[in-house]
Design a protein around this ligand. Structure first.
Ligand code: FPP
Length: 228
């Protein structure tokens, strides 16, 4: 059973290029697909959906592309809010979100507050997120506390961005690349991986069903024997 699904939404650029469109058009199409993925996840009984929308490395992309992505994030938070309220969806973010432009932060914070009591599905958007940055930020919180007691793995989790969210069971990467790209390095330790050639703007409920069917056939042993 997949309780927490994480997705690397890759392939917007290639989807657009193949159609003679701009990369920004690809991101626009990708942003529209988030609603499709969220509904499919809800239908499958998934409780947490973490989406890699913008990495710490994505700031190096051309300024225009970064601007479009930041606008899409504000638009998403505003336009999807009524749907999230109707469907019982909670919005959260992880990452160095203080780096985002004030307008994007404000739209996100408003939607996060408005949806704080919803619990049917949590959409957790990774923004200015890096797995290494998350671990470094956790270490720096520990240093700032002047903590001297040794840290267990369980203690360490409490310093991560979303300690109360259980680890992902399944990671889907669209766009065919076989890498983690600095996503949830701590949390994905025991996740099952599923890579599809499908570009993110072409992601449908059927893509999710195929990934879930593949997950259903896996034996998860968590490093031990016979554990399910
Ligand atoms: C990777 O495609 C995708 C991204 C860097 C951004 C993902 C963003 C969205 C789906 C839309 C905006 C987000 C929200 C939350 C509204 P790529 O450009 O690297 O594709 P390529 O590998 O084909 O070039």
């Amino acid at each position: 059973m997949v309780n927490h699904l994480a997705i690397i939404m890759d392939g917007n650029g290639r989807w657009a290029e193949e159609r003679g469109l701009s990369r920004s058009d690809g991101h626009r199409a990708g942003a529209r697909q988030i609603g499709v993925a969220a509904r499919a996840a809800m239908n499958a009984g998934i409780k947490y959906l973490t989406l890699y929308a913008f990495s710490t490395e994505n700031w190096k992309r051309p300024k225009d592309e970064v601007t479009v992505l930041m606008e899409l994030i504000s638009e998403f938070a505003k336009s999807e809010l009524p749907n999230m309220l109707r469907d019982g969806v909670r919005l959260r973010t992880i990452g160095r979100t203080a780096d985002l432009p004030p307008a994007s932060r404000a739209a996100l914070e408003f939607a996060i507050k408005q949806t704080a009591n919803n619990d049917k599905l949590t959409i957790n958007i990774a923004l200015s997120y890096g797995g290494r940055a998350e671990i470094v930020d956790a270490v720096n919180k520990i240093i700032a506390e002047k903590r001297t007691a040794p840290v267990t793995e369980q203690d360490f989790v409490s310093y991560l961005y979303a300690p109360d969210i259980p680890d992902p069971d399944l990671l889907i990467r669209t766009g065919g690349e076989m890498r983690l790209s600095n996503f949830l390095l701590w949390e994905l330790s025991y996740a099952e991986l599923y890579v599809t050639e499908t570009y993110w703007p072409d992601f449908t409920e059927e893509t999710l069903e195929q990934a879930l069917a593949s997950f259903g056939g896996r034996k998860r042993r968590f490093g031990g024997l016979n554990k399910k």
